[in-house]
Write a protein that binds this ligand. Sequence first.
Ligand code: PXL
Length: 277
Amino acid sequence: MNYPSRVITIAGSAAGGSAGIQADLKTFQELDIYGMSVVTAIVGRHPETNKNVHPQTIEAIEAQFATAIQQVGTDGLKTGMLFSKEVIETIADLIHDSSIENIVVDPVMVGKLDSKLLEDDAIEALKKSLIPLATIITPNIPEASFLLDGRIINSVEALKQAAIDLSSLGTKYVLVKGGRLEGPAVDVLYDGETITTFTAPRIDTVNTSGAGCTYSAAIVAYLSKGKSVIEAVHLAKSFVTTAIEHGFSYTEKVGPTYHAAERKYGETYKIIVEKDN
Ligand code: PXL
């Protein structure tokens, strides 16, 4: 029998179901990946205390990782919300001691509803311990800007320069996502030598909660199925663009993307892929 590829996500639980662990596992299921998880923190706002982030202990994090890796093993790993320096260093050690390939680091920092998902003193640990172990990192503009000491990134040219400069942190590939710019949604991939841009039309919607998690989950899914990084980014961008197009509002706030959209509507978005010379 041909077993599905296995992927583990190390991320926060997003109670609303659009982002974090929930988005990752839904995406894995859509792409026929056997999904596993390590929950680093539980995100959910208490109506009275207003407390929103409920971190898990290092012991609980190590226990989840050990269980998944010993019972199943994995073909790929992605990280999302890690929250603290201690968690980042723990995860880096676990990866370092393993032989896991296909590592996607989504440097999650702030949620769309402004929840703080990474402590300030954790950014240096991300740069020093975890990013050098990554196959690919997938920052959006605010995250790229934080990783580059507050640099302003406001054009496609600036996205390209950010991708080039971030690659010096030691990751093999950098994907800087330009969704926050105006005009078409342009993402820039740098492999240490060449820039490739991926362009999708802008979709006029507020229902993009968890889009970044979904995108990076689809990238690790395709890498774990044996696709090259360029192919994985191309297919994942198509997957997330379709999910954004069919996103929906359960309330007036930023709604979720629709993880099942590509399967349900049989659509794949046409993405323009161009290499810079
Ligand atoms: O979308 C970023 C994100 C990632 N992970 C968790 C989240 C969010 C946004 O709220 O809650 C757990």
